[in-house]
Design a protein around this ligand. Sequence first.
Ligand code: ADP
Ligand code: ZN
Ligand code: ZN
Length: 824
Amino acid sequence: MNKTTDFADIILPLPLAQLFTYSIPEELKADVAIGKRVVVPFGSKKFYTGIVKSIHNTPPTDYSTKEIITCLDESPIINSFQFSFWEWISQYYQCTIGDVFKAALPSGLKLESQTKITVNENFQAQEVLSKTEEQILNVLKHSKDVNISTLNQATGLKNTLPQVKSLLEKGAVSIEEQIINTYKEKKKEFVRLASNFNESDIAAVIDGLKRAKKQQEILHSYLNLSKHYFEENALKVSVTELLKSIDASKGILKSLVEKNILEIYHEKLDRIDLSETETSGLKELNEHQQKAIIETRKQFEEKNCVLLHGVTSSGKTEIYIHLIQEQLQQGKQVLYLLPEIALTTQIINRLRTVFGNKVGIYHSKFNDAERVEIYNNINQNDPENAYQVILGVRSSIFLPFKNLGLVIVDEEHENTYKQFDPAPRYHARDASLYLAHLHKAKTLLGTATPAIETYYNAKTGKYGLVELFQRHQNLEMPEIIIADVKEATRKKQMKSMFSPQLMQMMETCLENKEQIILFQNRRGYSPYLECKSCGWVPHCPNCSVSLTYHRYNNQLVCHYCAHSIHPPTSCEHCGSTEIEDRGFGTEKIEEELTGLFPDARIARMDLDTTRKKMAYEKLIYKFENNELDILVGTQMVSKGLDFDNVSLVGVLNADSMLNYPDYRAYERSFQMMAQVSGRAGRKKKRGKVLIQTYTPEHPIIKNVIENDYVSMYNGQLAERKEYIYPPYYRLINICLKHKNQTLVNQAAAILAKSLHKVFGIRVFGPQSPVINRIQNYHIVNILLKIEKKSSPSKAKWILNQHANHLKSMDQFKSIQVNFDVDPM
Ligand code: ADP
Ligand code: ZN
Ligand code: ZN
């Protein structure tokens, strides 16, 4: 007999630098295949769901393999595109493939070590069970929610996994059930006649139930409800419906099932509504849009990526829709990325009216089960029933696409495309270029305000560039008016946070029954409290930030660690009871408005008002439907939303954005102001934008007034070159964290010194970030700036070496070292 032992290399959801090899037991050989999930033991106590990366015959040389416990999938759930994509992400963003695995799969498809074990009810032992096995079965029979750790405790054994595994093999217990349980398919129970039932028997059967009146009634009712009960087209009768119809209990139905008269069956219900929706055709493109789409197609012949630089309301979305249609006609999939969940609400409706149920949507407000369902839908092999267009936020780049033809990155300049924490710290726009490359697909980046890097890539010929500077129906760009807050304050003309110009414009708007959007990029009531006599400011005990005051629940909250306390009644330093709030967030604006315009209908859109699942949808719907007059919001209101009746947009404080200590602050401020302005005056008439600032002469404010992206770009480009920033240089941030400040400073100094030996003046720091302590971890950064033309992979390799060397020193073992490639 040929006794080869097969091995599988498994990706585990852990930050491990290598894959682990496991042996495949004989009975699993038929099942285990690349791309399937398996359960494997890890360490002495734990087990995890892993993904089979490869199968081979070479045992590892430095450790003896453990066996795979079970295989979870009938067919692979990770395809070869995804494996290549994961590998690229892990290399480019300097993280482990396990980190990518963790980010890529919805948690409903992952098994944690805490997974429960259940006993199989109808198990009958064919062979003698060991004492521990008996003991385990006993525990399982008598308690609920048992996992490996509880079993270890209950039996007093160090590791019960071998016994559980043996019980699994004997068919006594299952874990598979439990694992899949994290994602329970929604199933509904239906009733039908038992299969051995003949039509001619029916009278006799009913007669036979004479003495069981209630059972007879159920049968009658079933025949009634199903109408054509012996034919193919018998109507479906659900158990609930049937029992309700005659007010019977399930026990009575069960007796009929036992008598082999009726049977119960289950059918899967899709949580996501895939029912047919009415669709209408595409809108005809206007002449400018037509030119743009022809140009886009032409550029795609030569370039893999095209930037569509189109002003707000120029109809970029209409162009996307036409391009999607072309892809679907070729049987290709399209990924449509959006930076913000709020935006998906409006776009999904526009897409559904054209593509009906071919469009799926994927974002973090969905629960796990729903995300698993979408994942599985895309993974299935039946193109008829699978989504062909996926509208989603950043993480949807990890879905199991099989034949992408086009990736659209809408509002490509948005920094929400970048994942900050945890690893992988990827940028969905940049990663999607690689994803598209794997599928030989094209990428379209769309925005009114391109990221400097993107525009640079387009200008230097790496990407195609298509411009669209006319709004649909030649609507004028909004008129931008500046209010000088410094002067108004001096003249004592400010009404709370509103300048006289803004007050007057709001009044006119409300009189005309037009809508207003007010933008302030701070949530909460006020950014901080301050003692009037000594200037003391309450800070978070865990982070180096002041606490934000939230009025609705009267709490001071840390926006970094969520620490919250009641506001102090007296100053901790001088005891004064005069503590005032400083600055203003969206909550305070809302409150002031309510006082100033008691008849206006006002709502607020920020993180605090949109935590619940349908909260965005409700707000947007209300505003669209003219049930609101004023919408106050953070950056959520600035992006891509399309409302017909907004004639005024107010930016309450341009300076807080401009003064932010970051090399992108000017670029961001321009983008934010230009985008939020774009919400004004869409369909009907020219809109107005009022920007309040202390610095009306600021060059960026000038660029915004003139809607002059290119000047802003040229100005920024010069600075980027001078101060060594992207697009001329690539940045990698090395972030060190530890609870002990002295230790982390020492480590950073040593690492910076050793990096300096290799990279010289390209190393900046160690430096303390603006917020240098979060959740009691002290943070120190070292920034590496490398020339665009030099090999980033080599630099990354060196960085890894040095970081590993640091971590190999005993005293620095516990220091966290993270890399952030292309930090935002
Ligand atoms: P953008 O994405 O560039 O901001 P949109 O695609 O949202 O612009 O277009 C702005 C508004 O104009 C939308 O309400 C859209 O339906 C409408 N619109 C744009 N192009 C057309 C067209 N060709 N036919 C009809 N309506 C259009
Ligand atoms: Zn004080
Ligand atoms: Zn905090």
